[in-house]
Design a protein around this ligand. Structure first.
Ligand SMILES: NC(=O)c1ccc[n+]([C@@H]2O[C@H](COP(=O)([O-])OP(=O)(O)OC[C@H]3O[C@@H](n4cnc5c(N)ncnc54)[C@H](O)[C@@H]3O)[C@@H](O)[C@H]2O)c1
Length: 445
C-alpha cells in the first residue's frame, strides 16, 4: 500500500529540559559529554512537517505514548476494541476518527506512524499488518507473545523497510547506557554473572464468569487466545498475569531488564544457550496463571551466566540488598568489581568505576536521550532506532524461553543462531502457539 508522504521542511533542533532531568545523578564527565554531543530533538515547523499518527490500543500506556508522540506529529485516528477507550482517546487527542477494528485505521493513507499500545497477544498481528500497510511503528514491549512471532516480525520489518522502535525506553536513559558502557569496557574486569531482579507477580483468584461489558468486543479482545469466559480480571491491565496473553512480570519487566543485560553483555543480537527455570509457588487454580515467583539460571556461549529472579527470591551472589530478596534492576558482576543499575540509580563496587571518564578509544553504545524523539528522528532519516525489532525480539526471547523452562519444570538448550530449542521436541513446539481463528495470520492477510 502507498502511504502519502509527509513533507519534511528544514529541521529545527531544541535542547530540551527533559534531557537535563534524564542525566540527573550521573557522573560529571558523562553529563558534560551528553550535553555537548547532544543534537537535540526534531521539532516539526509546520503542519506539513508532521507525520500523521494512528494510535492502536487506547489504554494507559498507548495513550501515554501517544501523548508523547503528538509533540512530533499529528494524531489522526485511534482504534480500540473497547468502544469507550476508543472514544475517550479520540476526545483526548482531538482525532478525526475512532475505529473498533484496527485494520480500518491502517487503510488510511494520511497515517504514517502507528503507536501500538495493545496487550502483548495483539502486538505482532498489529505490527505485521502495519508494516505491510507501509507504516512506521512505535510499539510497546514485550515485542511479542512467542519466539516465532518475533522471527516473523523481524523478517517483515526488513522486507518492507520500515522503522520500528520497541518501547524499551530504558535504552534511552543515560544510567542504563552508562552501566552497559562500563561493563563493555572492562571497568569491572571480565563480566562473569548478571542478576536481573524483576517484580513478583500477583497470585490471585479464582475468578468466575462475569457479564461482558456492552462497550467491549470480548471475542476480538481475546483474539488468538483459546476461547474462554470473560471474568472481569482478564482484560484491561490484568491481561499481563495470564499466560494466554502475556507472561506475567517475567515478560512485563523482563522485557526491560533482560534488554539491558543483553546490551551490557554484548549479546543483543543473540541470547543464552541454556535455561534452567523453576516456578517457586503454585498458582491458584482458576486464577492468574503466569508464574508469580521464579528462578531461571541461564548461560551464554561466552561463559557469562545470568539469574532471572523475582524480587522475593534471593541470590547468594547478590551484591545489593540482603540476599534474601533481589532488588529491581540489573547487577553486573565482574572479576574486578560490580555495577548495579535500575531506574533510580547506578552504583558500583568502587567510586572510580563510575567517576573516571572512559578513554577516547572506548567502546561507545548507541546514544539516545529521548526514546520517542529517537523514533521520529529515524522516521525521517530512515536509520535504525535504538531498539529495533531484532533487538526487541532477542530481548523478549530470553523471557519467553525462560517461561518455557519454568512451565516444563526442566532445563532447555537453545541455539541462538538458528533460534531452535535443541533435543526436546515438546519444548521446541512451544516457541509458537496455536492461534484461534479468525485471529490468526489470515486475519491480516
Ligand atoms: N514501556 C513501558 O514502560 C510500559 C508500561 C506499561 C505498559 N506497557 C505495555 O503496553 C501495552 C499495553 O499495556 P496497558 O497497561 O496500557 O494495557 P491496557 O489494558 O490499559 O490497554 C490495552 C488497550 O488495548 C486495547 N486492545 C486490546 N486488543 C485490541 C485490538 N485487537 N485492537 C485495538 N485495541 C485493542 C484494550 O481494549 C485496551 O484499551 C502492554 O504490552 C504493556 O506491556 C509498557
Amino acid at each position: 500500500m502507498n502511504v502519502t508522504p509527509f513533507q519534511i521542511s528544514r529541521r529545527r533542533f531544541v535542547k530540551s529540559a527533559a534531557i537535563l532531568g534524564a542525566l540527573a545523578g550521573l557522573p560529571h564527565w558523562f553529563v558534560d559529554e551528553g550535553l555537548s554531543a547532544r543534537a537535540a530533538e526534531p521539532v516539526p515547523r509546520s503542519a506539513n512537517d508532521k507525520p500523521g499518527i494512528g494510535l492502536i490500543g487506547c489504554g494507559g500506556q498507548g495513550r501515554g505514548d501517544c501523548n508523547w508522540a503528538k509533540n512530533f506529529g499529528q494524531v489522526i485516528a485511534v482504534a480500540d476494541v473497547d468502544e469507550n477507550h476508543a472514544q475517550e482517546a479520540r476526545k483526548q487527542f482531538a482525532a478525526e476518527q475512532h475505529y473498533t477494528d484496527f485494520r480500518k485505521l491502517l487503510e488510511r493513507d494520511d497515517i504514517h506512524v502507528i503507536i501500538n499500545g495493545t496487550p502483548d497477544h495483539w502486538h505482532t498481528l498489529v505490527n505485521v499488518a502495519a508494516v505491510r500497510a507501509g507504516k512506521d511503528i512505535y510499539t510497546e514491549k514485550p515485542l511479542t507473545l512467542t519466539v516465532d512471532e518475533g522471527r516473523r516480525l523481524v523478517r517483515e520489518v526488513r522486507h518492507h523497510q520500515r522503522v520500528l522502535q520497541v518501547g524499551s525506553q530504558q535504552r534511552s536513559d543515560g544510567r542504563f547506557r552508562l552501566a552497559c558502557e562500563l561493563v563493555r569496557n572492562g571497568r569491572i574486569g571480565k563480566l562473569q554473572h548478571m542478576i536481573v531482579g524483576l517484580p513478583t507477580g500477583p497470585r490471585e483468584g479464582p475468578f468466575t464468569k462475569q457479564p461482558v461489558p456492552a462497550h467491549l468486543n470480548w471475542d476480538y479482545y481475546n483474539g488468538q487466545a483459546p476461547d474462554w469466559d470473560y471474568n472481569g480480571h482478564n482484560t484491561h491491565w490484568n491481561f499481563r498475569w495470564w499466560y494466554c496473553y502475556s507472561g506475567g512480570q517475567m515478560t512485563d519487566w523482563g522485557a526491560h531488564h533482560n534488554d539491558i543485560a543483553q546490551w551490557g553483555n554484548g549479546t543483543e543480537l543473540s541470547g543464552p544457550t541454556h535455561f534452567d527455570g523453576q516456578s517457586l509457588v503454585d498458582m491458584i487454580p482458576g486464577g492468574y496463571d503466569a508464574a508469580a515467583r521464579y528462578r531461571i539460571e541461564c548461560r551464554y556461549a561466552n561463559g557469562v551466566t545470568m539469574s532471572l529472579l523475582d524480587e522475593n527470591t534471593g541470590s547468594d551472589r547478590s551484591v545489593v540488598g540482603d540476599r534474601q530478596k533481589t532488588p529491581n534492576g540489573v547487577q553486573f558482576l565482574g572479576s574486578d568489581g560490580w555495577v548495579f543499575v535500575n531506574r533510580g540509580e547506578i552504583k558500583a563496587s568502587r567510586p572510580e568505576i563510575i567517576e573516571e571518564p572512559l578513554p577516547a578509544n572506548a567502546v561507545r553504545l548507541y546514544k539516545s536521550d529521548n526514546h520517542m524523539a529517537n523514533f521520529f528522528e529515524c522516521v525521517r532519516s530512515r536509520k535504525d532506532p535504538i531498539c529495533t525489532a531484532e533487538i526487541g525480539h532477542r530481548s523478549i526471547s530470553v523471557a519467553h524461553l525462560g517461561a518455557i523452562s519454568v512451565r516444563l519444570g526442566r532445563p532447555i538448550r537453545w541455539d541462538p543462531l538458528h533460534e531452535e530449542i535443541l533435543e526436546d521436541r515438546e519444548a521446541a513446539r512451544m516457541i509458537r502457539r496455536p492461534m484461534r481463528r479468525p485471529y490468526d495470520w489470515s486475519f491480516i492477510a
